[in-house]
Design a protein around this ligand. Structure first.
Ligand code: HEM
Length: 125
């Protein structure tokens, strides 16, 4: 089924807001992630809401403001090790629960984010 269904099916803008807020709350407290993220996550959170909105099949908010995501290139300034990939995915798994994203969307989203996170790794341990 089309990804557009995912954005609508999980509850659109409100669901993305709940998910991203729950996610960065954890990132801000994760010892493996703190060193590479800015202290003020306001802008990071805003961009991630734009990105995930389009990733889930909603309006193309990220591309409209920032152009093509080129995510791997945008992550190159940061050392993304397997440990940090795992930390990111742990925060996201908990955020999906807190935001009450329901099956089958939760698993489908997590699977796609796992592939994207694997693609983002750029540094060995
Ligand atoms: C930005 C880390 C995976 C999407 C960032 C930033 C860091 C980071 C440090 C910069 C924050 C800032 O300066 O505001 C990581 C780590 C990952 C990971 C450790 C573990 C694999 C992902 C994945 C996605 C993603 C899987 C996609 C779902 C983004 C977006 C931005 C971003 C959209 C904002 C890019 C921009 O500046 O426009 N990430 N990231 N990241 N990340 Fe990740």
């Amino acid at each position: 089924h089309s990804q557009a269904n995912i954005y609508e099916a999980i509850g659109g803008e409100e669901a993305v807001e709940r998910l991203v807020d729950a996610f960065y709350k954890r990132v801000a407290e994760h010892p493996d992630l703190i060193p590479i993220f800015p202290d003020d996550l306001t802008e990071t959170r805003r961009k991630q809401k734009q990105f995930l909105t389009q990733f889930f099949g909603g309006p193309q908010l990220y591309i409209q403001e920032h152009g093509h995501p080129m995510l791997r290139a945008r992550h190159m300034p940061f050392q993304i090790t397997p440990t940090r990939r795992d930390a990111w995915l742990d925060c996201m798994a908990e955020a999906l629960d807190e935001a009450e994203i329901e099956e089958p969307y939760r698993s489908s989203i997590f699977e796609r984010l796992t592939m994207t996170a694997n693609h983002m790794m750029n540094t060995p341990e």
